[in-house]
Write a protein that binds this ligand. Structure first.
Ligand code: ZN
Length: 218
């Protein structure tokens, strides 16, 4: 059971399902040779994939190519189902920093066969996740810098202003499919610059004033 706090408040949440967007930044979709989708492309990670700041990502033995993807994470604070974009922000309790660890070789093999991606995306340690800052402390979730460095060298340097689908639309779209509950998390996609990490590397991720992660790889 993974608990995350909302910084500066007495609110804490048990992490539930983690719903993720693929290809939500045009430049990243392009770098992987994917089309930019009209509707959000969704997949999920289990709560058991979450680790915290300072914890270690462990690359499974069945992969030779593990990629980082820094992403803005949304924390759902109250249950919503079929919520409108206008009302969606009422249900966002906070914002955090996540890294969507992805076994790119495994994902590509599964995609080529038309098979589901879960073992490439939801393995143990595949979701480093920070604590959350209260939503009220973030004036505009679409004006945040997203940075990821490997061994101190910048690899991703993007901005949430480049998101294709915006936070209210994302919450509304997902809540029409999956009832969202307190403690659920949404990962909003990654900007360009994704790449490989190897055992022994250390990733640092930072999103605007929201927070940061320092995550070694083994
Ligand atoms: Zn991702």
């Amino acid at each position: 059971m993974t608990i995350r706090n909302v910084v500066g408040t007495d609110r804490e949440f048990t992490i539930g399902k983690i719903v993720c967007l693929a290809r939500n930044y045009a430049e990243h979709a392009k770098e992987l040779g994917n089309e930019t989708p009209a509707a959000p492309v969704l997949f999920m990670k289990p709560a058991s994939s979450v680790i915290g700041d300072g914890d270690t990502v462990r690359i499974p033995a069945y992969s030779q190519e593990c990629h980082y993807e820094v992403e803005l994470a949304l924390l759902i604070g109250s249950q919503c189902r079929g919520v409108s974009a206008e009302m969606a922000m009422e249900h966002v309790a906070g914002y955090g920093v996540a890294i969507d660890m992805t076994l790119r070789d495994v994902q590509n093999q599964l995609k080529a066969k038309g098979l589901p991606w879960e073992i490439a995306k939801g393995f143990d340690t595949s979701c480093p996740l920070s604590d959350f800052v209260p939503a009220a402390a973030v004036a505009d979730p679409h004006a945040l810098s997203l940075k990821l460095a490997v061994n101190g060298e910048t690899r991703q340097d993007g901005n949430s202003s480049d998101m294709i689908h915006r936070v209210p639309q994302i919450v509304a779209h997902i809540s029409a499919i999956f009832t969202l509950e307190p403690g659920d998390v949404i990962l909003t996609g990654t900007p360009a610059g994704v790449g490989q990490v190897l055992a022994g590397d250390v990733m640092t991720a930072e999103i605007g004033t929201i927070g940061h992660l320092m995550i070694p790889v083994a």
